[in-house]
Design a protein around this ligand. Structure first.
Ligand code: GDP
Length: 387
């Protein structure tokens, strides 16, 4: 993310709507929209206030004028404090995409990365870290409670209050130093009572700021669910089913250690991270001595709040590693028997009597599994879906 690039993005939700907004930020924002206009823009670098111009855009050539209002912010005044433009036009998705395509192929701008406008607002000091996190919190809020928390953080960032506190303390320090310099004189610059009061108020404000920092939205609070089992047990297929049927908040990306896949999902109003511990396959569970097997099982349990243990239908016996996994806290363990379509009679496996039979191929048992996941998440998180 080069902070010198001019960036552009759709600022309204994707899809049709009354109004569609494209936001562009950076020194070349005016050049980036030039080819959409009938005549060049006047430079607004030196304006001292924002302005709005009603005009037409021509993303599909001169025959098709599109009525648009252009908002201009000279450097220092907009959300990112960079020179910025917003195009407010008809809320049609193909139109917004055509406009963005022309902007991003102009040679003057590129598509913004997710959160990049907010990042720039943070870098320029427009918002503090708590407010930047709160913007993400507002976007990702999944219930009225999490929205409330995010909104109050957004309204009451800590940058402003801390700056005022710093000024007040600095002023007090000046009075104190003046008192030392003129210690022999009769003049009292700051009485002991006043000083105590200033410090008492300052301490209160610092404690309030600390509390606010602690209560801030923290994505690491999202529960983690790990799929574990032997190679070929059907973990990746299950991972894909969850990822396809749920709203993927973050698309699947290889984990940083490259030994697992992780995806942030929302299902029936609950948010969680799903982890496919695929890389464990390299360890060949069969060959593991008991102790190593237990350590691996513990590691998996530590990584996740919930474990979905996958056992392939028809397996004759469990290996030590699997037995160790089954010792996990039952409130945090979901046992599934995969690929039941290959074993329609669900042949007897005494050790798997209490496993939920599922099939990624036919979809059997998937709805039940999701319901069990939901119930366990709710019971772990006390019902508000945000453990
Ligand atoms: P992983 O190694 O545990 O991630 O297992 P995969 O999800 O990659 O599955 C291993 C193989 O089993 C693949 O060839 C899948 O297509 C197949 N498979 C997975 N789930 C099912 C299922 O429910 N039914 C059938 N018939 N095959 C499955």
């Amino acid at each position: 993310m080069n902070p010198d690039d001019t960036i552009a993005a759709q600022a309204t939700a994707p899809g049709g709507g009354v109004r569609g907004i494209v936001r562009i930020s950076g020194k070349d924002c005016d050049m980036a929209i030039e080819r959409l206009l009938a005549r060049p823009l006047q430079n607004f670098n030196n304006d001292d206030r924002a302005k709005i111009v009603a005009t037409d855009l021509f993303p599909w050539g001169p025959e098709t004028p599109i009525p648009t209002k252009i908002y201009f912010w000279p450097p220092g005044l907009g959300f990112t404090r960079e020179k910025s433009i917003e195009l407010h036009t008809v809320g049609s998705q193909p139109l917004i995409e055509a406009i963005l395509r022309l902007i991003c192929t102009s040679g003057f701008a590129r598509m913004a990365e997710p959160g990049e406008f907010t990042f720039r607002a943070f870098l320029s000091g427009r918002i503090d870290l708590v407010q930047a996190e709160a913007i993400l919190g507002v976007i990702e809020a999944i219930d009225p409670g999490s929205l409330d928390t995010a909104l109050s953080q957004l309204a009451g960032g800590i940058g402003g209050p801390l700056l005022r506190l710093k000024e007040r303390l600095f002023e007090t320090l000046c009075h104190l130093e003046a008192g030392f310099d003129f210690a022999d004189e009769e003049i009292e610059f700051l009485s002991q009572d006043d000083l105590r009061e200033v410090l008492r108020v300052a301490l209160e404000q610092i404690e309030a700021a600390l509390r606010q920092m602690e209560s801030r939205t923290d994505s690491s609070q999202i529960p983690r669910i790990a799929l574990i089992g032997r190679p070929n047990a059907g973990k990746s297929s299950l991972f894909n089913i969850f990822a396809e049927n749920s709203r993927a908040i973050v698309s699947a990306t290889p984990g940083t250690t490259r030994d697992y896949l992780e995806c942030e999902l929302e299902n029936a109003g609950l948010r969680f991270r799903l982890i496919d511990m695929a890389g464990r396959d390299e360890f060949e569970p069969d060959d593991l001595p008991d102790k190593a097997a237990k350590i691996m099982a513990e590691l998996a349990a530590k990584t996740a709040d919930l474990l979905i243990f996958c056992l392939e239908s028809g397996r004759e016996k469990l290996d030590p590693w699997e037995n160790a996994v089954l010792q996990a806290d039952p409130d945090r363990l979901i046992k599934v028997k995969t690929k039941v379509d290959l074993d329609p009679k669900n042949s007897a496996q005494s050790f798997s009597a209490d496993f939920l039979p599922i099939s990624a191929k036919t979809g059997a048992g998937i709805a039940e599994l999701k319901e069990i996941v939901r119930e366990k998440l709710v019971s772990l998180g006390g019902g508000d879906g945000s453990i």
